[in-house]
Design a protein around this ligand. Structure first.
Ligand code: FEO
Length: 405
């Protein structure tokens, strides 16, 4: 039996996707889970569905608990296909069920399915649903991370079903935080939290802080947070909320990520004295060759560190393509509270370092200028200059970090 009772008569009935490695471009080396929850009450209620490839899994799990035709209510917290693409499979079994959803969610579903025969109840923050012994409270969370998004709070269970928020892409037999930490480690779990936050939620930091404040002002007692991906927070629900406040506030390590690419190893050679200069200022750094690293991992490493140095050779007077792609992607994530610099080699006209600074300024990030450029191949004098450039950058990172904190 592949179901787990997470609270009295509330069951995880989701699916574990051990195999997915590319989640719409986001690399998921550890797979993921699609979590949904069955409330076995007077009115049997299913909260969220799963990716359509796994509709058979969730139906099998539901059948282990009850006849799926007994489902009366279907709560849809979020319409992205990884959570909502099994709705038609469910609705074909319970055509008279009522779907509880936000107005934006309904509009989205209308574009994905023939919804003309389905019953809807449009909900907004503060609306409730009594299923018998449980009362569900709906909380809209627009743009966290889609316009339709909401969360469902089960009052008597002190349970927040939080859809994508507080999730992680991990496929594991552990369903709860303490189980995962026991078999892996706290740092591995935190790394997954940061990875997920950086790649999905980074643009919404301000919204996250205000939504958490709003939920706290409602005085909801929460002792379990059940997201739609990864493990369920039963021991550390308070800690993960605080972790999100920190992430949304731009908290970072006093460290530097060096994210570079190279054509004929000249820019690559520059990373060695640069790394040493940063290290000699007492700051750890991580060097990431972009062409050898999935974009989502580079984004995570960027977000973990207070400072970032971008290394790019000049190709045809502009940035190297992989670096241009990275910076464009990063701009979409609207990073804040990071300090940037750039370096790179060039053959004749240059242009990459200038372009990198233009991108940093478009993102309104703090910059340390000028960058460091080397003609063709670094000489030993160039390497000394790279080292001094890095020390000077590291000093600014420390200053910025201490002012920021
Ligand atoms: Fe996990 Fe926004 O879907």
């Amino acid at each position: 039996m592949n179901t787990v009772e997470i609270k009295p008569d509330i069951f995880w009935v989701g699916a574990i996707d051990w195999a997915v490695r590319d989640f719409h471009g986001y690399v998921t080396p550890d797979g993921t889970t699609y979590n949904n929850y069955l409330i076995l009450d007077k009115q049997v209620t299913l909260v969220d569905t799963v990716k359509s490839d796994f509709s058979g899994h969730t139906l099998k799990n539901i059948r282990n608990i009850t006849d799926p035709s007994k489902i009366v209510n279907l709560v849809i917290n979020h319409i992205e296909p990884d959570h909502a693409s099994s709705i038609d499979s469910i609705m074909s079994l319970v055509p008279n069920a009522t779907i509880y959803i936000t107005s934006k969610g309904k509009k989205g579903l209308d574009r994905h399915f023939d919804t003309s025969q389905w019953n809807f109840k449009i909900v907004k923050t503060g609306d409730t649903l009594n299923t018998g012994k449980y009362n569900l409270l709906f909380l809209e969370t627009p743009m966290l991370h889609w316009p339709d998004s909401m969360m469902t709070y089960v009052k008597e269970a002190r349970l927040l079903i939080s859809q994508d928020a507080f999730g992680q892409h991990i496929a594991t037999s552990a369903r709860f935080d303490d189980e995962f930490i026991e078999c892996s480690s706290r740092s591995e779990l935190d790394d997954s939290v940061v990875d997920y936050y950086a790649n999905i939620l980074m643009p919404f930091g301000q919204l996250i802080k205000s939504k958490i404040a709003e939920v706290q002002a409602l005085g909801l007692e929460i002792d379990m947070i059940a997201p739609d991906h990864g493990i369920i927070w039963r021991k550390e629900a308070g800690s993960i909320i605080q972790r999100y406040v920190d992430l949304a506030s731009g908290k970072a390590n006093l460290s530097v990520s060096i994210i570079y690419d190279t054509m004929w190893h000249s820019t690559e050679r520059m990373t060695i004295p640069i790394m040493q200069g940063i290290k000699d200022e007492g700051i750890e750094c991580k060097v990431i060759k972009l062409r050898a690293t999935p974009m989502s991992i580079a984004i995570k490493e960027f977000w973990k560190s207070r400072g970032c140095l971008i290394g790019s050779p000049t190709l045809n007077n502009i940035l190297f393509p992989s670096i241009a792609e990275f910076l464009t992607h990063l701009r979409g994530l609207r990073p804040k509270n990071r300090i940037m610099g750039a370096f790179g080699s060039y053959g004749w006209g240059g242009g990459a370092v200038k372009d990198a600074y233009e991108e940093f300024k478009r993102m309104k990030l703090e910059v340390v200028e000028p960058g460091m450029q080397v003609l063709y191949k670094p000489s030993s004098d160039d390497e000394s200059n790279c080292y001094e450039f890095a020390r000077s950058f590291a000093k600014k990172v420390k200053e910025y970090h201490h002012n920021f904190n």
